[in-house]
Design a protein around this ligand. Structure first.
Ligand code: NSP
Length: 227
């Protein structure tokens, strides 16, 4: 059994719950509040900056050139392909790249990325890939699912988001992460596999919290501090 098959059994109930989350449903049905969506995209932009650091750590810790190159390509894909989506949305409503980058990080964003970065720093290259796996793979999972919902791909505002995360290019990013974790874990003992499984499960919980942050931010008594 591939390690990713084992992981999928573990995370599937959590990932399926994303599809019932009001914010994710709102993107698929085209009903999510526009201000909430912009706030989410701004948080997601600063999230992706921190997430990219995990690829950089993985590349630095890799023991061979092939693994180093895969991490470098994933970093490139995030910064130059995925983050273009956020820059395009921001440009449409008059937010410059500089303003986008200066977005004050929410506590949820900070907690999630701090966890990923600390796991990547604490362990070997396998921790880096475990830390980013749920991010890439669950977005591809959500994108493919929402693409089947009536009108989701063509929605005037949210269609771009659904098209990006259901695209073959994005699926390739998720597949590269899956292939890498399967390769890296081939001869690992059970205690190490379990530790990696825990990272993937915990980041899947953080993903849920991120959707919750996107939906509920306006009701929070906290403010985002400057970066
Ligand atoms: C919070 C989050 N998680 C994952 C992804 C997909 N890279 C994302 N854009 N944002």
């Amino acid at each position: 059994m591939l390690f990713t098959d084992r992981l999928f059994k573990k995370v599937e109930p959590v990932w399926s719950s994303y599809l019932d989350h009001p914010f994710v449903k709102g993107i698929g049905e085209g009903t999510v509040d526009e201000d909430k969506f912009i706030h989410y995209m701004r948080q997601d932009y600063v999230y992706l900056i921190e997430y990219s650091r995990v690829f950089a750590i993985g590349s630095a810790k890799a023991k061979d050139l092939k693994t180093m190159t895969i991490f470098a390509n994933l970093l490139h894909g995030t910064m130059n392909y995925e983050m273009d989506l956020h820059r395009e949305y921001a440009a449409k409503i008059g937010i410059s790249n500089e303003e986008l980058e200066a977005t004050g990080p929410s506590s949820t964003m900070t907690a999630y990325t701090s966890y990923m970065i600390s796991q990547a720093q604490l362990g070997g290259v396998e921790n880096s890939i475990a830390a980013v796996l749920a991010c890439a793979w669950s977005y591809s999972f959500i994108g493919k699912e929402l693409a089947r919902w009536p009108g989701a791909l063509d929605h005037e505002l949210y269609g771009n988001w659904v098209r990006m995360y259901s695209s073959d290019e994005f699926a390739k990013i998720a597949e590269d992460c899956k292939e890498l974790i399967n390769d890296i874990t081939k001869d690992k003992p059970e205690d190490e596999l379990k530790a990696l499984e825990d990272i993937v499960l915990r980041t899947s919980y953080f993903e849920y919290m991120f959707w919750d942050m996107a939906e509920n931010i306006s009701t929070w008594p906290v403010k985002e501090l400057a970066r």
